[in-house]
Design a protein. Structure first.
Lengths: 115, 113
């Protein structure tokens, strides 16, 4: 079955550490996204990528970095520069090349906690 | 303010209808979506409506779109305890960029027995 897989489901980070969240999709989608979800604030866009080897900052990119070396993979690194990283992180993808409706498919999320 | 707004909480009795409301600001929006998020999980698409439609019905779900007022609603008939979740409204704009979806803050629906 096609879908998006995020790992790990739970992640704990010590102060000053970088951590990387994995996102893999086998939907053959061109575009991939990372969102951060905090209670009562909905989803905020961190980074997005329309094609391999290209990515753009979203609304809250500071303290995060991404790479898009393969179409299937879009890992997110939460760096020590991110002052408040504890949140629920969601990865999504869309079939950018398809006309009409472009539904976003989501992974199951990674809950990151700073300890 | 946010581009897409929703109230944060809604409680209904099991068997009653639920109506979740959403307002958006971008008149160029082409598609509007309702997503459901269960605790600790990702978002699942429930339904969507194209901007030239006024209403769409899908089993227990009815979506109403008032484009003049930029108001979208989701009605769930015969609400069940399994419908308890966060519901997100989202709009897709015509910019053509990959920043296609703008989400509301989500409405936490609680279904009381």
């Amino acid at each position: 079955d096609g879908g998006i897989t995020q790992s790990p489901k739970y992640l704990f980070r010590k102060e000053g550490q970088n951590v990387t969240l994995s996102c893999e999709q086998n939907l053959n989608h061109d575009a991939m996204y990372w969102y951060r979800q905090d209670p009562g604030q909905g989803l905020r866009l961190i980074y997005y990528s329309q094609i391999v080897n290209d990515f753009q900052k979203g609304d809250i990119a500071e303290g995060y970095s991404v790479s898009r070396e393969k179409k299937e993979s879009f890992p997110l690194t939460v760096t020590s520069a991110q002052k408040n990283p504890t949140a629920f992180y969601l990865c999504a993808s869309t079939d950018r090349g398809r006309p009409g409706n472009t539904e976003a498919f989501f992974g199951q999320g990674t809950r990151l906690t700073v300890v | 303010g946010e581009d897409v707004e929703q109230s944060l909480f809604l409680s209904v009795r099991e068997g009653d209808s639920s109506v979740i409301n959403c307002t958006y600001t971008d008149s160029s929006s082409t598609y509007l979506y309702w997503y459901k998020q269960e605790p600790g999980a990702g978002l699942q698409l429930l339904t969507y409506i194209f901007s030239n439609m006024d209403m769409k019905q899908d089993q227990r779900l009815t979506v109403l779109l008032n484009k003049k007022d930029k108001h979208l609603s989701l009605r769930i008939a015969d609400t069940q305890t399994g419908d308890s979740a966060i519901y997100f409204c989202a709009e897709r704009r015509t910019s053509g960029s990959a920043r296609q979806l703008t989400f509301g803050s989500g409405t936490q629906l609680t279904v009381l027995p």
